[in-house]
Design a protein around this ligand. Sequence first.
Ligand code: SF4
Length: 346
Amino acid sequence: MPASIEDPGVLLEVRNLKKYFPIRKGLLRKVVGHIKAVDDVSFEIRKGETLGLVGESGCGKTTAARTAIRLYDPTDGAVLFRSHANGSGDGEVYDLATLPLREMKPLRREIAMVFQDPINSLNPRMSVSDIVREPLRVHGLDLGRETDEEVQGLLSAVGLRPEHMERYPHEFSGGQRQRIGIARALSLRPSLILLDEPVSALDVSIQAQTLNLLQDLQEEFDLTYLFVAHDLSVVEHISDRVAVMYVGRMVEVAPKRELYTNPRHPYTEALLSASPKPDPRNPTVRIPLIGQVPDPSNPPSGCYFHPRCQYAEDICRTETPPLMTIGEDHASACHFADKLELQGMQ
Ligand code: SF4
């Protein structure tokens, strides 16, 4: 059974979240349809864990994550967030989906984000010191000299030196720039960080270092992560549980080891088969994902994955499979989740 926010160990519960973008046409900009970027998605994140949210480009994972922290206004659904999870306070639960924006501001201190592109996410005209302290300034917490020490401490925590404070983003490598973005995200001591493809733009050798750093910081700063990635091999290292999305819907969610060794949805199986293998003597058969993710404004009937699924049967073309619990903490949205013998990683 999935946990809910009634459990004090749960930091965030997303219930039936929807985010539709209107399609407008003509002189009067009439709404002629909707792009269902996120369509009835539910998940929870426990305090101190990392939930990996995975799928190909256009599957809705980034929109789901950004809507869950109210960077986009949801079309429908609830986002229940436990405040003060890291410090003093009563652990009150707020519905971020319906909270008036002025009441969101204090909660913004508890939720931070690290962006994919470390070049464009940093203002080139600001020094590293100004970038890292900017969130403190916005919240009226920049205390001058005292904050200098705080910034130095944050830079040291992410592996940068005090003399880097007065330099500018262009003077750093991609990996160092991402470390600056991470230091900025930590400045308000959040409890939850949305990591939006934080290593996708980095060289492979730097990716591993950044992932290790994120793991160390998670322990040091008592953090909970929602980690968005298009590649299962990236989230394997860092996630406790993994959720797979396809055309705006959740199709499988399970603890990491269970999902990688015993996938119960053909889409997860195909994504796993495309991941680089740690042991070349133990190869898996590559399952080609033919075609693109369907257009979310005009998805296929029945199971959205059926045009690309090698196991599809008649029922798949007409009936939409719900996300069903099929084992402890494991859920899949496939009519044949119990019957198919799918290939995982060893
Ligand atoms: Fe494939 Fe049918 Fe399962 Fe969809 S419901 S994933 S089409 S077998």
